[in-house]
Design a binder for this molecule. Structure first.
Ligand code: A3P
Length: 286
């Protein structure tokens, strides 16, 4: 079984279980100085983790090039990662794909910072489609037509993109919630990194900022075995079928969706995202 269901949402069986999710939701204690990167899968999670890791080390790439990303910034919903997280001295860098209703309840009375990375959902769909072909923790996507239907109905790992984003956007006025888009990281990298430095309380000079940008570039991450998923064994990732660092661009959906599929996506988007004001997918229409 690739997935199990927890309170109506599909989760990958690899590394997680109902017990783990229950523990994370109800008992896991977030600390005031925790920094949690939260995303719907394929929104630029690992890119953000690379940037934050570099900022925390003032642009020095030694940490990100010597420790695998899942140990640097463990995913709290995965039991092995959770063990790592629990051993961490503060400040902890944590990661999660959990929808808000299953995120640790302790967040609501802590000052832990959540950095939510949002990406154009059509690019998320395409990235997820390709990733699902090689990552064995996700179900085989089938054809794009089949996967589109699953994606739009939330019948995929971590549930509906629409519900995930709607849920997290309810927190957008909280002082410890920060929204960053994949598209703004691409269009305005300098300003985005400066803003992230501010969020982390780090004062980097321009040389250090340049080093963050250079070492978190698509090309450098692609070459960094601690970040490019090449360490994942064949049991978890079929490296012949695809690469985790695939294209790293905005708007690739235009190369994958037919006109009819795109119109269908737009109709579902309009219906499901009514009342949610998101204007920041860059120049890409949604
Ligand atoms: P593509 O499949 O569109 O290439 P996540 O980390 O949430 O799983 O997201 C993975 C996506 O982020 C992939 O998208 C990957 O290529 C992209 N990505 C990772 N690092 C990146 C970087 N430094 N710059 C741009 N995109 C990056």
């Amino acid at each position: 079984m690739t997935y199990f269901t927890y309170k109506g949402i599909l989760f990958p069986t690899v590394g997680s279980s109902v017990e783990t999710l229950n523990y994370v939701e109800n008992e896991f204690q977030l600390l005031d100085d925790d920094i949690v990167t939260v995303t719907y899968p394929k929104s630029g999670t690992n890119w953000m983790l690379e940037i934050l890791g570099l900022i925390q080390h003032s642009g020095d790439p030694s940490w990100i090039s010597s420790i695998p990303v899942w140990d640097r910034s463990p995913w709290i919903e995965m039991s092995d990662c959770l063990d790592t997280a629990l051993k961490y001295p503060p400040p902890r860098f944590l990661t999660s794909h959990l929808p808000i209703q299953h995120f640790p309840k302790s967040f609501h009375h802590s000052k832990a910072k959540v950095i939510y990375v949002l990406r154009n959902p059509k690019d998320v769909l395409v990235s997820n489609y390709h990733f699902s072909k090689s990552f064995k923790g996700f179900q085989d996507p089938g054809t794009m037509e089949e996967f589109l239907e699953k994606f739009l109905t939330g019948n995929v790992a971590f549930g509906s993109w629409f519900d995930h984003v709607r849920g997290w956007m309810e927190l957008k006025d909280r002082p410890n919630f920060f929204l960053v888009t994949y598209e703004e990281l691409q269009q305005n990298p300098q300003d985005s990194v400066k803003r992230l430095c501010h969020i982390l309380g780090k004062d980097l000079n321009s040389q250090q900022i340049d080093s963050v940008l250079e070492n978190a570039s698509f090309q450098k991450m692609k070459e960094n075995s601690m970040s490019n998923f090449s360490l994942l064994s064949q049991e978890f990732f079929d490296h012949k079928k695809g690469k985790f660092m695939r294209k790293g661009i905005s708007g690739d959906w235009k190369n994958h969706l037919t006109v009819a599929q795109n119109e269908y996506f737009d109709r579902v988007y309009q219906e499901k995202m009514q009342g949610v004001n998101i204007t920041s997918y860059g120049t890409e229409e949604c």
